[in-house]
Design a binder for this molecule. Structure first.
Ligand SMILES: [Zn+2]
Ligand SMILES: [Zn+2]
Length: 273
């Protein structure tokens, strides 16, 4: 039995906004003592096109090539439903070309994969209960933007689902696109061997720990009342400031004032997904 440290929710150049190849991602995380990575490339991409079967086969092959006894790259996708819900499909090998929540989750499960709702925080949307309960996990901390704490509304959503008998787990996802996105946000599994199968299996049974630079918790992702309040308030402030930045941007655009590109980079870097 060994403890294996992994990173979930990473993008390669197969996502049109990822900067590293799968081989470069493997090198980057191996150098930082990780044992596995869960690749989740965008499908559809930003231009609306899906990753097709040929590209998916390339992804699977590249994941196999970079995997060895010390590091495993688990193939997968980040699908989009309703245009405002991202679903991580971890451990799948066939392309999924749908924007329908139920079809996406059914296809993930038919391929033996693990379905996680990514960054519910970014969309500020209430998802239908019957859709939520189909999932296997909810990303309770997304590491992409400057928010350096868990999403309390996502952890409360998880708690409510579990209370109603749905065995979902909380996930920490890095949402890594480029080097500067890196922070310590990982998942630790205890398994007999390191393989795609053992990683997906550990995720499915919730047999893992969520690790950040500051604390560690189990897959129930329940936090102390003090931390819950602190992070809830910080999350609220994040939204207020993000919405204000959005409003200022659209107001200036309506007034015909062209915002210089370097200035636009600031809200994009901090707030916009
Ligand atoms: Zn996303
Ligand atoms: Zn992502």
């Amino acid at each position: 039995m060994g403890n294996y440290i992994g990173v979930c929710h990473i993008h390669s150049v197969h996502s049109d906004d990822g900067l590293l190849s799968i081989a470069e991602l493997a090198r980057f995380f191996k150098e930082r003592d990780y044992h596995f990575g869960c690749l989740t490339d965008h499908s559809p991409k930003n231009d609306g096109t899906f990753i097709g079967s040929r590209e998916m086969a390339e992804i699977v092959q590249e994941c196999r090539t970079v995997s060895d006894e010390k590091f495993v790259m688990v193939p997968g996708l980040e699908c989009a439903a309703f245009d405002d819900a991202h679903i991580l499909a971890i451990g799948i090998t066939e392309a999924i070309q749908s924007k329908d929540w139920k079809t996406i989750v059914h296809e993930i499960h038919a391929q033996g994969g693990y379905a996680v709702l990514a960054h519910p925080l970014f969309f500020e949307r209430r998802y239908p209960w019957e859709n939520l309960k189909m999932l296997d996990g909810i990303e309770v901390w997304n590491g992409n933007k400057f928010i350096n704490f868990p999403d309390i509304s996502a952890s409360l959503m998880l708690k409510k689902l579990r209370k109603n008998g749905h065995a979902l787990s909380g996930i920490f996802g890095l949402d890594f696109h480029r080097h500067e996105n890196y922070k310590q946000l990982s998942i630790i599994i205890s398994e007999d061997e390191l393989s795609v199968k053992s990683v997906v299996q550990a995720l499915k049974i919730g047999g893992f720990l969520l690790h950040s630079a500051r604390f560690e918790t189990d897959s129930l992702a329940e936090f102390s009342p003090v931390n819950r309040w602190k992070w809830y308030c910080l999350g609220w402030l994040f939204f207020k400031s993000r919405n204000l930045a959005k409003r200022i941007q659209s107001m200036l655009e309506k007034m015909g004032i062209k915002i210089p590109e370097p200035l636009l980079k600031i809200p994009r870097k901090f707030y916009y997904h």
